[in-house]
Design a protein around this ligand. Structure first.
Ligand SMILES: Cc1cc2nc3c(=O)[nH]c(=O)nc-3n(C[C@H](O)[C@H](O)[C@H](O)COP(=O)(O)OP(=O)(O)OC[C@H]3O[C@@H](n4cnc5c(N)ncnc54)[C@H](O)[C@@H]3O)c2cc1C
Length: 380
């Protein structure tokens, strides 16, 4: 499926393909054979990616990064996802996330060490379903006193701090409203309620805040800006999720098409049967539609357009399409595809979480149509 990308991006994709062949795939194989540790494999990937200049593409220029266009980043993300190897998680350097453009002292205290890989943050947005009120804070002159719970903090276990979305309550003198607040994991009153793993294999924590005293300097931007800052960060990640979903669809198509053209006990390769071909065709149409949306959205971003609605649409469509494609692939491969350890068994679990992370599909649908019917902002 050609995307008619500019020459400079095609050159970067060729370099990325070399990285996949020479480094990511061999290390992934060694990880599966348990002949190398996760830590050592991650270090080798980071080193190889730095040498090829890809590592720095997600990092701001003022911190030594070489940020690139949304189109190039999207194409690279799709390519690494299409390799379907766990080692691709370490290719890009840590990005700023919600810390983008923070000023001192937060820049030195959090942003610079995050970008250097010295400390790690986690994003704490989702509240428990039965929370009586969202996580909140009251303000004194120099502090916020934070109370509440976040139920699904990915990577909370290894995080040094969390970027927490909360509501600052009104008082007589101070500002009120939503805020993104950086909260260190080791502060008094922060406790882990439970550690858990989700279907896709990723690890999370549920975290409680009991009157945690946080310096007011740890508010990202200003009080009242929490929601746009959180949604800005989520919006960037939604496009990343869409690129990954498209990449996984491409891997799945290549895998299945290869398999169904092999000899089958019926005497005819399954790929020669019309019913199977109809399914394969539907899978390709899904992937083509999702990728067309993805690349159009990336190009709009680079043209300086607001892509909120397009990003919602492509996130919903590509993750649901990937669900259909992987499900069809399991059906065509048969029982072997569901044996523990089969690549499709793993993908089937992984792709399911994509319809919930960074916004559940139906809630995103409601946002999209609200923009159209009520806010006059709908472009999709
Ligand atoms: C692998 C994984 C990683 C995650 N990582 C993080 C993380 O790092 N940080 C974080 O903060 N969160 C994280 N989450 C949580 C994720 O963001 C939420 O699960 C998701 O936003 C849905 O919220 P919820 O689970 O509270 O479901 P709810 O908001 O309770 O919704 C459940 C379902 O109810 C329906 N629904 C809800 N409201 C409406 C409505 N108004 N109209 C119609 N239908 C509705 C929808 O079908 C929805 O899917 C992660 C989740 C997963 C699976």
């Amino acid at each position: 499926m050609p995307d008619f990308l500019p020459d400079d991006i095609n050159q970067q994709l060729a370099i990325a393909t070399e990285l996949v062949k020479d480094c990511l795939e061999p290390l992934d194989k060694r990880l599966n054979e348990e002949s190398i540790s996760q830590k050592e494999a991650a270090a080798q990937v980071r080193h190889a990616s730095q040498e090829k200049g890809i590592f720095y593409k997600t990092q701001p220029q003022e911190f030594g990064g070489h940020p690139t266009s949304t189109l190039e980043l999207t194409a690279l993300r799709e390519l690494f996802s299409a390799a379907n190897v766990s080692t691709s998680a370490h290719v890009f350097g840590p990005g700023p996330g919600v810390l983008a453009n923070v000023s001192e002292p937060m820049a030195s205290q959090y942003l610079a060490p995050v970008l250097a890989g010295e400390i790690q943050g986690a994003f704490a947005f989702t509240e428990p379903a039965d929370a009586l009120e969202p996580t909140w804070a009251v303000r004194s002159e120099n502090d916020l006193l934070v109370t509440g719970q976040k139920s699904y903090v990915t990577g909370g276990d290894s995080a040094d701090f969390m970027a927490v979305f909360l509501n600052v309550r009104a008082d007589a003198e101070n500002e009120k409203g939503t805020a993104m607040v950086i909260i260190d994991k080791d502060l008094e009153g922060v406790s882990t309620e439970k550690d858990f793993t989700s279907l896709d294999g990723s690890g999370h924590q549920s975290i409680t805040f009991d009157k945690v005293r946080v310096p007011i300097a740890n508010v990202v931007g200003r009080i009242g800006e929490g929601l746009p800052r959180a949604l800005g960060n989520i919006g960037n990640v939604r496009l990343l999720v869409a690129a990954q979903a498209c990449g996984l669809m491409m891997w799945t198509l290549n895998y299945v098409e290869n398999q169904v053209m092999k000899p089958h006990r019926s005497g005819t390769p399954l790929g020669m049967k019309e019913g199977v071909r109809l399914r394969l065709s539907d899978m390709r149409i899904d992937a083509f539609a999702a990728r067309s949306m993805l690349y159009r959205t990336a190009r709009l971003a680079d043209a300086g357009e607001n892509i909120i609605n397009e990003t919602i649409a492509v996130k919903i469509f590509s993750t649901e399409a990937a669900g259909r494609v992987v499900d069809s692939a399991v059906q065509l491969i048969g029982g072997q595809a569901l044996v523990a350890g089969h690549p499709l068994e793993k993908l089937y679990r992984q792709i399911r979480s994509y319809r919930l992370i960074e916004g559940a599909s139906d809630l995103l649908r409601l946002n999209l149509i609200k923009g159209k019917l009520e806010l006059g902002k709908g472009r999709v």
